[in-house]
Write a new protein. Structure first.
Length: 405
C-alpha cells in the first residue's frame, strides 16, 4: 500500500485457506460469510485455496474463488507458496487474511518475507488449541509447534474469537498487543422467514415432543457422548423430550444410544448440506433451529470450541440455550439471563439444565428472548467491518521498520 492511499479506499484482500466449500466445517463457513460481507462492503476479495481446481469448478459465488492444482514434484507447502505468490502479484494484494495458523498462515509467512504484504492470521481450532488428554491439536507435534510460533512472530495481527483462543495464541508465542478479538457472525436472513419445512414430519418427531437440538460434525471434544448420556435422565424426567443431533460422523453414537435404550428419543440426521453450498436450496438446518425448544452446546473442556457458529445460530433462531461452562460458550451465555450454563463433561449437569428450562417456561422464554436480543450485534457485516479495521492497521504496521506487533 502506498502512503497516499486513502484510508477508506477499497482494499484488495486475499482470504487464504487450505480448505473451502464444498468441504464443510467452521472454517469454510466463516471464510464464505467473511468474503461475502467484505465484497458487499465494496472491497475486492478473492478466496485462494489449494485443491479442487477441477472437481469443484461448478461451484460459483458472489466473490472470486481461485483454486490451484498441486504442482507435480513439489510438496504441498512448496506448491502452495508459489501459487499464493502468483495471486499476490496478480491481485496487487494489500493484505492476506490467512485462515488457520498452519498450513495457511505458514504458507503466507514465506510470501511475506519477500513481498512485505500485511498478514492477519485467524486460527480455527486444532491449529491453535491443544487438549493433550484426547490428543487434540497440531501444536502437540513439536515441528508444527515451531512453525506456528514463526507465524506468531511475523504476522502483524492474530484474531481471536474467544478468551480461550487468546490464551492459546499467547501460549503459541503471540504477544497480547498483536491479538485482536473479533467474534464469529450470524446470517440473520436465515431466520427471518419460515423455511416451509415440516421437520417433525421429515424426521418422525411426534407433535407433542419438545425438540432438543445440537449441530456439529462429530469430534470427540464436542461432547456428543455426554449429551447422549444426558438423554437417559432427561427422558425419565421429561418423556416429552426428543433429541436431534445434526452432523457428519455422528452415526458412531448409535451403539451408545442402543446401549442406553433411548433410540425412540434420539434422531441422528447425519450430515446436512449447509445452505452456503447453494443459497437457492432449502435450509433444513435453519428449519431445525426454528423447530427446536432448547439448543445444547455440550463441549467437554476448555479449548473444545472457540465461539461456536452453531451456538450463535441457535441464539438467532430463538432457541433457549443450555451450554457447558467453557470459553466460547461463556463469552456469549450469561447464566440464568440468556441461557443456562452447566459443568462440562457431566451428563447429569446437562440433563439438569435441560429439564430446568423445560420445567420453567418463564425462564425458557426469558432466556430465548434475551439471547435473541444479545446476538444482534453479531451480524457478518459488523464482523467484516472489524476485520477491515484490523487489515488497515496491519498495512500500516507492515510498512514500519522493525515492527513489533
Amino acid at each position: 500500500m502506498s502512503d497516499s492511499r486513502k484510508v477508506d479506499a477499497p482494499l484488495n484482500i486475499i482470504l487464504y485457506t487450505n480448505s473451502f466449500l464444498p468441504h464443510v466445517g467452521g472454517r469454510e463457513i466463516v471464510v464464505y460469510h467473511l468474503a461475502k460481507a467484505l465484497t458487499e462492503l465494496g472491497h475486492n476479495v478473492r478466496v485462494v485455496c489449494p485443491g479442487g481446481w477441477w472437481s469443484h469448478r461448478k461451484y460459483t459465488y458472489d466473490f472470486k474463488v481461485v483454486r490451484w492444482p498441486k504442482i507435480p514434484g513439489l510438496s504441498t507447502i512448496q506448491s502452495s507458496r508459489i501459487q499464493l505468490a502468483i495471486e499476490i502479484a496478480r491481485h496487487r494484494c494489500d493484505v492476506i487474511s490467512a485462515h488457520a495458523t498452519y498450513p495457511a498462515g505458514y504458507v503466507a509467512l514465506f510470501n511475506k518475507s519477500y513481498t512485505g504484504t500485511a498478514l492477519v492470521v485467524t486460527p480455527h481450532g486444532e491449529d491453535i488449541h491443544v487438549i493433550p488428554e484426547i490428543g487434540h491439536g497440531l501444536r502437540l507435534q513439536p515441528d508444527l509447534a515451531e512453525k506456528i510460533r514463526q507465524v506468531m512472530d511475523v504476522a502483524e495481527f492474530k484474531t481471536a474469537i474467544s478468551d480461550s483462543v487468546v490464551a492459546s495464541l499467547l501460549d503459541a508465542g503471540a504477544t497480547r498487543e498483536s491479538i485482536v478479538e473479533i467474534p464469529n457472525g450470524v446470517d440473520f436472513s436465515r431466520f427471518d422467514r419460515d423455511q416451509g419445512i415440516d421437520v417433525r414430519d421429515r424426521f418422525n418427531i411426534p407433535a407433542d415432543k419438545h425438540v432438543l437440538l445440537t449441530v456439529g460434525n462429530y469430534v470427540r471434544r464436542r461432547g456428543h457422548e455426554e449429551l447422549v448420556r444426558a438423554m437417559a435422565p432427561i427422558s425419565q424426567a421429561r418423556p416429552d423430550a426428543h433429541l436431534v443431533i445434526v452432523g457428519r460422523g455422528t452415526d458412531v453414537l448409535q451403539p451408545l444410544i442402543d446401549e442406553l435404550g433411548i433410540g425412540d428419543q434420539v434422531t441422528l440426521t447425519g450430515g446436512v448440506p449447509p445452505v452456503e453450498l447453494n443459497p437457492t436450496t432449502e435450509d433444513l438446518v435453519a428449519a431445525l433451529y426454528q423447530a427446536s425448544d432448547v439448543y445444547v452446546a455440550p463441549g467437554m473442556s476448555e479449548g473444545s470450541e472457540g465461539l461456536s457458529l452453531a451456538l450463535l445460530d441457535a441464539m438467532a433462531s430463538g432457541s433457549a440455550i443450555v451450554a457447558t461452562r467453557i470459553s466460547g460458550n461463556r463469552d456469549v451465555i450469561i447464566d440464568d439471563e440468556n441461557g443456562v450454563l452447566v459443568e462440562p463433561g457431566d451428563p447429569q449437569a446437562i440433563a439438569d439444565g435441560v429439564v430446568r428450562l423445560l420445567d420453567e417456561p418463564e425462564l425458557l422464554v426469558r432466556c430465548r428472548e434475551r439471547a435473541l436480543s444479545d446476538v444482534q450485534t453479531y451480524s457478518w457485516t459488523r464482523i467484516a467491518e472489524q476485520y477491515v479495521e484490523t487489515f488497515r492497521r496491519a498495512m500500516v504496521v507492515s510498512q514500519q521498520p522493525n515492527k513489533a506487533a
